[in-house]
Every structure is written in structure tokens, then in C-alpha cells.
Design a protein around this ligand. Sequence first.
Ligand code: CTP
Length: 397
Amino acid sequence: MISGKKIMLGVSGSIAAYKALDILRRLQEEGASVRVAMTKNAAHFVSPMTFLTLSRHPVLWDEFRDSGRSDIGHIAITEGLDLAVIAPATANVIGKLAAGIADDALTSALLALECPLVIAPAMNDRMYRNPVVQRNIGFLREQGVRFVDPEEGPLACGAIGQGRLAETERIVQEVASALSPRSLAGVTVLITAGPTREPIDAVRFISNPSTGRMGFALAEAARNRGADVILISGPTELTPPWGVSHVSVTTAAEMRRAVMDSAGKARVVIMAAAVSDFRSAERSEGKIKKESAPEVLRLERTEDILLELGRTPGKRLLVGFAAETDSVIQNARQKLKQKNLDMIVVNDITRQGAGFGTDTNAVTVLDRSGAVTDLPLMKKSEVAARILDNVAELLQK
Ligand code: CTP
């Protein structure tokens, strides 16, 4: 969880330094308080004033110019830090850190760190392949530093190769992962997400407004906690989080098949998908002309995947979702029992900011023991983190 965390963003002298502004903004959006430390070379690319204005904190870059300060800047910036991230990191700054050299404000601060460190390198591809650079990266990895590998593509120098600074989202995901407890390390978690689509004819279907955001947030949060995540999703516009294995399906029947294929491997199954409860009893291969359309559409029930899983023998923790409008707790409790679940997450979809298509959610979590936890309106990423904390706790018992 990035929210509420104190992060130092280190910026070194690469042409990609301007991308650090975007990283800064994204970390702030996630609720972090960010302080910037940069090298003098980085200041050739982006002015410290820009970072100062955006971060709303003094920028550490030239301690000899910052007269009038009574503290020691490169030590003060590391006090109470939850995490540091260097993006972009040049071969030079990586080399200095690996060798223990502290000849400027940023590298001095890096030597004083006592928190997790994430490094996102950016450099020419031949520099990146250089065995000395690779040795330095290998050595720092052994010390527990997390690297976000640079991407392949056209480089500033005109060459094409591996050296481009990783995408901002990828770096932010690594930061979130480094800040999460490893409470699901090695646990296989199967998560379903999004709606299903039940065809009526070649162009029409039955579905619902689910966007998949809650399930995708759960997949990301589970991966951050060290889980091996299998994400099975219906049609959605979201990009699957990095590092999870993703299966894309359309109908409830396809989702059922995909879930059953993987359920044997999973220690935890979280059914966050809004599976369509009904499908058309007849499916026309072509497009039905309006003149010949039936007046009544006959529906049949889809297979209830969660119900089936609850009856399938196996040692797995089963989490269901429910969308309710009245008698919320009572209905959820009944569903928990009927589907033989360990936990159920209930959306009261009448509450503003909760349910389909929003970035936020307000849910109540009930578990088998009778415990009821009301979560206030919060971001779906935070809801996901809380649900997984409960899951990890139940696994311990
Ligand atoms: N679910 C499922 N297969 C279905 C329908 C739902 O696995 N065919 C799962 C959903 O992923 C969710 C839970 O079951 O985890 C929802 O249960 P459901 O009984 O459908 O609850 P509601 O959608 O709230 O619907 P209703 O109250 O109308 O029963």
C-alpha cells in the first residue's frame, strides 16, 4: 500500500529524468508523501524547482548551495522513510551505490537508507549489457534491492535495444509491491473479475456494467503480497497487472471451465466476477432481423460457479462477492452459508461511490466465524488490501 507512505524519489542524469515528474505525480495520487533527491546532472535535464513545486518539499541536490539549513540534508531526507526509488538510475549512480561511493547529495542519502530500495535503470543498451554494470546490478539484487528492468525499444541515442526506463505504472507497481507485507508468499490465488457476456445472436448479448476493477485490484494486491495469481476475467478494457497469469473468457460457461481447470492448484479462490445469472435459452448463429425477432426472450440459468466450488472437495479458502440492495447483512450471511464460503464481501450498491464502474467501494466483509467488518468508502486498491489482509489472517488459523 502506497497510501500514507513517505517515499524518497532519486533522480539521476538521464534523458529520461523528465519521466520522474510523472512517477512523482502517480505516487502522490496513490497517497504517498514524496521527497526528491537528484544529482547535479539530473538538474541539467529537469530543474529542481519543478520537483520542488510538484513535491511541495525542498529538493536535495546541491548541499553546498543550500546555505541557511541547519540539518544535514542527505541524512534528514532519509529519516522515517518507508521506501526509496531511483528512477531513472544511470549506470553511474548504480555503480557508485554498489561501490559505496557517496560523492554527492543523492549517493550520500542512498548510503544512509534503512528502508527498501527500488531501482529503475535507464541507459544506452550497450552500457546496460556491460558486464561491470550487470555485476553491480547483481550485487545490489543480492542485497535485497529490487530492480525494474529497462524495456526494449528506441533509445535517445538512436539505437534500438534494452535500456528505456520502464513504464511509470510498472515502477509504481513495484513500489506498491515493495511496501506490501509478504503475507501470501508462495500461495496460489485464483481471482475472477469483470462481467460475463451471454450471446443472444451474433451481435447482441446479456451482460452487466461490471468493469473488472475490483477483481483486478485484488489480483494486483495479491501479487504484491507474494502470491502466484491466476486472474480469470470476462470482457474488460483493463490491462492485466504485470506478473499475474491472465485468462480471458467471455461467457459464464467459459469462466466455469477456466475456474475448474485451475481450482485444483489454488489455495485461495476469490470470485469477484459479476457472472451473469441468466443466458438466452436459444442462441442464433446469425443476426436476428427485427421483423423476425421473438417477442419473448426465453432465459435459462447459467451455472453457479461459486456454488459448485463450495461443493467440490479440496482444501481451499473460498471468498464470494455479493451485490445487495436490502437486508444486506442478512442476505450475505445466507449466501455465505448456502455457498459454503469462508468469507463474503458485500456491496451495498445503493450507497454512493460503491459498486460498479467506480474507483471506490464501500463493502462489508463477513466470515464463517460470524465476524462482520464494515469498511468505509475507500479506493478499490485499499479495499483489495483489506480483503487480502483478512484472507491472510484466515489462512493462518
Ligand atoms: N457467481 C458465480 N456464478 C454465477 C453467479 C454468481 O460464481 N453464475 C458468484 C459471483 O462471482 C459472486 C457470487 O457468486 O461471488 C454472487 O452470488 P449471487 O448469488 O449471484 O449473488 P448476487 O449476484 O448478489 O445475486 P442474487 O442476490 O440475485 O442471488
